[in-house]
Write a protein that binds this ligand. Structure first.
Ligand code: NAI
Length: 329
């Protein structure tokens, strides 16, 4: 199989080249993202391997099919960036990596919470400059606080365990409630109740038509003043403009995001010598109580290993026509 690998980074190539020795597929690595302008690069390949910001919409699918693409294999769990119906209509199979170390994302979520709360990023810089003052570094105990978790699948349930360990009270909202979590003492409540009563709200549901802008002006309005809002799931779960307004009115006391609505043009790139034109990210970056990481929650050795091996297995299953539970179409 010849596979065109999009949005490739040095660490991707390193992991895939190492593990592909046991599989023998032919990978060609493209740094560019897959989009209408780069679709022509897929010509002559059997499959494409893509990541979170490679968007394949309805219009692109026939072009991929014409170029000979039979398989789209995603190096991620979320698949909101691929039009599955159009893939099916064009007889292109789609596979993903449904789970790769939910701990990596749950632990990064905790890192965002602790950094925002205890301001370790500021303390680090201060102390290195010889400033040992504690002014403005005061945090709050997580113990006893209520954490609202939206989406209690693999990542959300792992996060619930992490926060329970810190002595937090957890309330959750999910369209499918988990009996296991209920047995562990997690209370499922209505979305509105979660918004009204939580000190910290963390998003772990997928991006769908139903969850897009689940955090908007209305939901923000009912939240506690000074709420901490964390998103490590998908950017468009939060209406960015509404979040900016809520930061300005101090409704949001802390915002931690690993994903951003318009991240495609920014994240995973070194733009340090570039004039950034995205006004929203510049505005968000200007708040002292906002912490942004660029989609790195998944980025641990364990997760990279799992992503690589599962993707190689997905390609092998397709090539050998084996049943594959990771197939989406
Ligand atoms: P999962 O499929 O195990 O869990 C998702 C949960 O969300 C399910 O329990 C589902 O019932 C629930 N859900 C679906 N629609 C909902 C709605 N309307 N309201 C409330 N809950 C709803 O997925 P997993 O593995 O836990 O991943 C969750 C999300 O995390 C992914 O969709 C992806 O967007 C994001 N993610 C982010 C990463 C990062 O590096 N920042 C890495 C991996 C995943």
């Amino acid at each position: 199989m010849r596979i065109a690998f999009f949005s490739s980074k040095p660490y991707d190539e390193e992991y895939f080249e190492t593990h592909n020795k046991a599989y023998g597929f032919e990978f060609v690595y493209f740094e560019t993202a897959l989009n209408p302008k780069t679709t022509h690069l897929t010509k002559g390949f059997d499959a494409i391997c893509i990541f979170v910001n490679d968007v394949i919409d309805r219009n692109m699918m026939p072009h991929l099919s014409k170029n000979g693409i039979l398989l789209i294999t995603l190096r991620c769990a979320g698949f909101n960036n691929v039009d599955l119906e159009a893939a099916k209509a064009n007889q292109i199979s789609v596979a993903r990596v449904p789970a790769y170390s939910p701990e990596s994302i749950a632990e990064h979520t905790l890192a965002l919470i602790l950094t925002l709360n205890r301001k370790t990023h500021k303390a680090y810089n201060r102390v290195r400059e010889g400033n040992f003052s504690l002014n403005k570094l005061m945090g709050f105990n997580l113990h006893g606080k209520q954490v609202g978790v939206i989406g209690t699948g693999k990542i959300g349930s792992t996060f619930c365990k992490v926060m329970t360990g810190l002595g937090c009270k957890i309330v959750a909202f999910d369209v499918n409630e988990s009996q296991t979590l209920i047995n562990q003492g997690i209370d499922y409540v209505s979305l509105n109740n979660l918004f009204e009563t939580s000190d910290i709200i963390s998003l772990h549901c997928p991006l769908t038509d139903k969850t897009k802008h689940i955090i908007d002006k209305d939901s923000l309005e009912v939240m506690k003043d000074g709420v901490m809002l964390i998103n490590t799931s998908r950017g468009a779960l939060i209406n960015t403009q509404a979040a900016i307004h809520a930061l300005m009115s101090k409704k949001i006391g802390y915002l931690g995001i690993d994903v951003y609505e318009q991240e495609e043009d920014l994240f995973f790139k070194d733009l340090s010598e570039t004039v950034i034109e995205d006004e929203d990210i510049l505005r968000l970056n200007s708040f002292p109580n906002v912490l942004i990481t660029s989609h790195q929650a998944y980025f641990t050795k364990e997760a990279m290993e799992e992503i690589t091996l599962t993707t190689l297995e997905n390609i092998k299953a397709f090539e050998q026509r084996l049943p594959n539970p990771n197939s989406l179409s």
